[in-house]
Design a protein around this ligand. Sequence first.
Ligand code: DGY
Length: 324
Amino acid sequence: MNKPKVIITRKWPEAAEAKAKELFDVQLNEDDHKMSVSELQDAMRNADAVCPTVSDFQITSEILGVANRKCKMLGNFGVGFNNIDTNAAKKAGVVVTNTPGVLTDCTADIAMTLLLMVARRAGEGERLVRNKKWDGWRPTHMLSTKVTGKKLGFVGFGRIAQAVAQRAHFGFGMELSFYDPYPPSTEVIKKFNAKQYNSVEEVIKTADFVTLHCPGGGSNTNLMNAERLGMMKKTAFLINTARGDVVDEPALVKALQTGVIAGAGLDVFAKEPTVTEALLSMENVVLFPHLGSATTETRVAMGLCALENVQAFFDGKEPPNRVA
Ligand code: DGY
């Protein structure tokens, strides 16, 4: 029997590509270019399944609606799947899966890295040393904000948020609060001694650090707008490892410039890879190039997870991580 044809839109780590070759008649993206809309349309015509990812052009009805589409399944490489118009996929009868679970710890590590770096002015300090501007230890040099024991507020309290909670509460003695329209079990809430609020506003008003863990797109677009940023404490920091569009970036820039909040740690941006020029020049922000899941272990696991979903689909089973 012929193997299903699978097109992978970006370069994957070697071990994951090797597994893809073993399982499927696979087309890789050797030079790792961003596929054009017309290349994605060709992929729809030529492959039984496509494995897209966050940095692709969004898979909309323009791509899914090509004449003679062969593709029946999108095995997304990533837990977030706002790069796929899932309504358009449903309408076209195309199954969509994602890769939850495997990137939880590494993304939580990056959230904590941002939190610690922005609070302790680590990026700024490193730039100082590298630029040979450090003039020695002084009692008043580069004073920053203590993390241990502070209040950490979560917008969204799913898997990744809980992994951050584990680190922050048990590692740094932080007091936790959260808002999530789909809250976890009472055991989880008790474990972290977390205060559950009924709105985003209640969380952000009281927190020293606000960390975002909700999906992007839809009603979460610009969730952290000027009004909500204005509700945060002047001394508070915003951490975003979720999706860039959850924060109104121009409003954030203004809030940082005018001292409405103290700083921000950002792993994601509204128009990646473009970063708002003003952010680049600010010392009170830490900026990462979407590193949440970027460890070899995790990226291999993400590829294998995407392949498991594709394989289940072609074996006639329900893919384990179906989202549409
Ligand atoms: C994820 O898995 O959602 C990462 O942000 C990459 O898409």
